[in-house]
Design a binder for this molecule. Sequence first.
Ligand code: MV4
Length: 652
Amino acid sequence: MLKKLLIANRGEIAVRVIRTAKALGYRTVAVYSEADANALHVEQADEAVCIGPAQVAASYLNADAILDAAKKTGADCIHPGYGFLSENSGFAKAVKQAGLTFVGPPENAIELMGSKRRSKIAMQEAGVPVVPGYEGNNASDDELIAAAQDIGYPLMLKASAGGGGRGMRLVESESELADNIKRARSEAKQAFGDDELIIEKAVIEPRHVEIQVFADHHGNAVYLGERDCSVQRRHQKVVEEAPSPFVTPELRKAMGEAAVKAALACGYEGAGTVEFLVDKDRNFYFLEMNTRLQVEHPVTELITGQDLVAWQLMVAEGRPLPLTQDDIQLNGHAIEVRLYAEDPASGFTPQTGTLHQFTPAEGEGLRFDTGVRSGDVVSPHYDPMLAKVIAWGQNRDEARRRLIRALEDTTVFGVTTNRHFLSRIIADDTFGAGEATTAFLQQAFKNDPSLAPQPLTIRELALSACALSLGQSAQKGWSNAPATVMPMKLEARDETVELLVRHSGHKLLVAHGEEHYELQLQSQEPGLLCIIDNGVRQRCQYYRSGDSLYLQAFGRSWCVRDITHQPAQGALGTGSGKVQATMDGAIIDVLVAEGDQVEQGQTLVILEAMKMEHPVKADRRGTVGQLLARKGDQVKRGQLLADVQSTEEAAS
Ligand code: MV4
């Protein structure tokens, strides 16, 4: 009997494995790097061992340190999670040699599946459909060129040691072949230390459909349906769902049986995933087999009602699979998205920083798998995935609706995330119709607004001003004192916006150039405002950290910085001296005369617009040269009102 499980991983997958292991009565051991000392997976494990510094090569990839930790704690089995050492046959072997149980397949299955060429030959022999191509042993350039003649174009050159899209090249015509072979070889050598290449016919706009398989020590193997992971960006999965909207019951059975054949052919044990490409005519082709539990396993769990980590542990214990193929029923639909700290509006650059607040949404059919909580720091050392957000529904649209709500209602303050990009994909019509292929993000979705910076709307600006002005007053709400106009300067992304804010009673009127917006405050509590917006009660969550304000409302989230009290321009704080009307209105007072000395920020004239009084101020210190504004004048936005000359200018 196994008693103590060491999890050789971090983040959400470590937390996920610990959850089931504890529930089944195992003691759990976490390993962690110095950067992860306070991480959730460390907190949740019964025991934890530091295995080295932040760099993965020195910690999570350090097999010796992990085996030492197992020895020190008396762990009798090791779960590798995904990534890191999970598909390293040498590690699986070392675990066994140390007298421990590896919760994963035998090392020779890992090794076979690590070679595209050898696995493809093995699958072909087992009767699993593969993409037609050429898999010569260490084929020379001439052999590859000759083979390409028979295969035809377009074709794919793939590094035998590659995987997940690395070391792969599409070749459209014969004239491009020789050059591509050269480049592919040098890339493969660089990336994998092995320049062996194979050729395949290119499948056009394929879908990525993978089958979850399980095998035990007693010769049993089953499939637990498929997952459709066609929505990918640069070979990173973005959306995963089960079942696939493209797979018919007949196709499911054919692919499932092929995947089981694949598992049996390589003496597989435990959890595995057989990846296939599916073309528009529903032909399917073996691509590769992942010899680990996958990131996207939760969608399979939600539609089968099974705990795949529990199955892995049963298999590791030498027990038979808990269900036969006929017992495995699929129920409903599940969709998972990967919530990342990254900015889709600037090329998906990873974001780092403190996660001031992270509160997963709650609701029927929702599951969050996460390794972080409020207050954690998203560091540059590791993958910036914050959580997997998974929704189950009776049908696909119910799962979609629930997932969109979950994304919109999850509070994330502190780092920019891809949540809006994700909810736009799930809501998209092409995706909704089940028509997304691996080309979806590059084609139908490539001009989506979530992929470009969007200026804040006047409504978002008004709400920002509302939250900021509440933060400043000590009492609840605004006073009933006569209306005052406050200028406010906000920085959002790269833009700076100047607002005029007036509140009276519970009303707030915000002007930005010619736009204006009215909001009414209904109630407030820390971090939450209830407002009436155009007659509709809405909620807004916010978090203030220094002069940064994070907000979330209307299904969006954004951040502004209050720079009202910072010097206008640069350290010297000097503007051009050309003082203009900030909006269309009437001059109701002129407070200075030509020749007056004025300070930067001194009010020169009062402009009335939208029933509010707006002070128009000098943007530098100096002498009022021309004064063009006269009491009673109607002025247009941008109209020159006064010219403040710097003292040096006036002297010359
Ligand atoms: C292909 C292909 C078309 N034809 N092979 C990319 C990841 C790697 N596992 C295999 N990949 C592909 N192999 C042939 N013969 C197209 C892809 C491919 C792809 C596959 C799955 C998911 C997303 C993809 C995105 C671009 C290309």
